[in-house]
Design a protein around this ligand. Structure first.
Ligand code: 0D3
Ligand code: ZN
Ligand code: ZN
Length: 481
């Protein structure tokens, strides 16, 4: 009943074992016995009868089943127990899920809904049910804290993620191997078997550093169940081999978080009452109200990253979006950088650990809330024509080490390492940065993507491919529902 879906996931194996000739040797009695057991375990829906049966129809059935298995594993469809087929049957199989290889077939698998149900159909005697429930929930929460997915436990019926503890052969194509070795496995997202997660009951499941820590293993498996493959980074949760690490206060490691957020997006942090919400009455008393950051018409004056947070500038204020999902705060620009009233354009140049803020025809370099000495300077010192009264947007592109400066329908390119403007500019935005429109009023870089805002909308842009990927509303960053 789960066969068809297992096929999809185990197709991975195909590439690995497809090559080579098929030397045929006559199988021993023991081989035949093992093959029968194997086929009845994993391909039983097809019906398996002994190959030495005197009934022709049964023989057909064995050969058919074997061909099915061979097809499944990308072997030559001989219907015979050739050595390649026997080799595959004896191969110890680990987790099925390797998105990198899987990806060759089917693209990156993901859940296309935001509420994922899970059900634990078989518990382990090693721990109390309560502890198992709590540990599974905690492992899933690592993900739901950072991506916009919610997990809901159900106790009957079919859930998206069916979880069980079972040793040895347990109804899929990857029997477990007793204590040690493979601890668990999970299917990548999809219908049927997709997402299902199996824990080898022959491990000692614990909440400590002894045996196999259920929280850590479950966290790893749910990575697979969400579509993550194994990682090369040894500190990543998705590293292929288990190693105990302290679990108190455990957060999804960066590598894994970035992987899963690249697939599902970022969970908008919940609103936190800010420590500095009240606009301080400035020297010029009458202050504008704080703009509505959730408005669908929200336009930004400027956006920049700064020391891992994003700063969104609007009128006399900026919202700070802290990278660790601590929420969004709002503050008056002037109370943070005295002397700066509004910001038209901004970009961070990490190499010098500084951010450049443009206001009208001048600019500042700041580090944190410190304005660096020697500023403000005139935009003509930057290499822009003195006729430029205002810079609309600025963004630093890490892969080229260039800062793009947008003024009306054109943009300039500044070579940060060389400290000079590139020749051949300005260029027309509409011609040379296709897909982002005619004008840009705010631009920033985040996790390898560029974002170009114009009015209430922004374009997510992949610079290496010079490609506009999608359109968002500006308020998508503003933690609104
Ligand atoms: C597995 O069992 C992984 C599960 C895993 C890997 C890393 C962290 C948590 C869970 C199959 S998807 N790996 C085997 C393993 O680590 C190779 N076994 C125990 C060991 O070798 N220490
Ligand atoms: Zn399994
Ligand atoms: Zn794994």
């Amino acid at each position: 009943m789960e066969g068809a879906l297992a096929v999809k996931s185990v197709m991975i194996v195909v590439i690995l074992i497809r090559c080579g000739a098929v030397p045929t040797i006559s199988p021993s009695r023991e081989d035949v016995f093992k093959a029968r057991k194997y086929l009845s375990e994993f391909f039983s829906e097809v019906g398996v009868t002994a190959p030495d049966s005197k009934f022709r129809s049964s023989l057909d059935s064995f050969e058919d089943t074997l061909r099915k298995m061979q097809e499944f594993f990308g072997l030559e469809l001989t219907g015979q127990l050739d050595s390649n087929t026997l080799e595959v049957m004896s191969r110890p199989r680990c987790g099925f899920t390797d998105v990198k290889r899987y990806g060759y077939f089917d693209g990156r698998p993901r859940w296309d809904k935001t509420e994922i149900t899970y059900r634990i159909t078989q518990y382990t005697p090693d721990m109390s049910r309560r502890d198992v429930d709590a540990t599974i929930a905690k492992a899933l929460k690592l993900y739901s804290d950072v991506i916009p997915l919610d997990f809901k436990q159900i106790r009957r019926g079919t859930a998206d993620v069916m979880i069980m503890f079972k040793g040895q052969a347990h109804g899929d194509f990857a029997p477990f191997d007793g204590n040690g070795g493979v601890l668990a496995h999970a299917f990548s997202p999809g219908e049927g078997n997709g997402g299902n997660t199996h824990f080898d009951e022959d491990e000692d499941w614990t909440l400590t550093s002894a045996g196999a820590n259920l929280f850590l293993v479950a966290a790893h498996e749910f990575g697979h169940a969400l579509g993550l493959s194994h990682a090369q980074e040894p500190t990543a949760l998705m590293y292929p081999t288990y190693q105990y690490v302290a679990t108190e206060g455990y957060k999804l490691p960066d590598d894994d978080r970035q992987g899963v957020q690249a697939t599902y997006g970022v969970r908008q942090p919940s609103v936190k009452p800010t420590g500095t919400p009240k606009p301080q009455p400035g020297p010029t008393a009458a202050s504008e109200p704080v703009p509505d950051r959730c408005s669908r018409r929200l336009a930004f004056d400027a956006v920049a990253s700064m020391q891992g947070s994003l700063y969104f500038f609007k009128h006399e204020y900026f919202w700070k979006r802290i990278s660790s999902w601590e929420g969004i705060t709002v503050q008056k620009i002037q109370s943070f950088w005295p002397g700066i009233k509004h910001v038209d354009a901004a970009y961070e140049y990490k190499k010098s650990n500084m951010t450049v803020l443009f206001e009208d025809n001048h600019y500042w370099a700041v580090r944190g809330n410190t304005v660096l000495p020697g500023y403000p300077k005139l935009v003509s010192d930057f290499g822009l024509p003195p006729s430029v009264a205002k810079v609309d947007a600025a963004v630093f592109v890490p892969i080229t080490s260039r800062t793009l400066l947008f003024v009306k329908g054109k943009y300039w390119s500044y070579n940060e390492r060389g400290g000079r403007m590139d020749p051949g500019f300005p260029k027309l935005i509409r011609r040379s940065l296709k897909g982002i429109g005619r004008r840009v009023d705010a631009a920033f870089e985040n996790r390898g993507y560029l974002y170009f805002s114009n009015g209430a909308r922004q374009i997510e842009y992949h610079y290496p491919r010079r490609k506009a990927l999608r359109t968002l509303l500006n308020n998508a960053w503003m933690d609104c529902n």
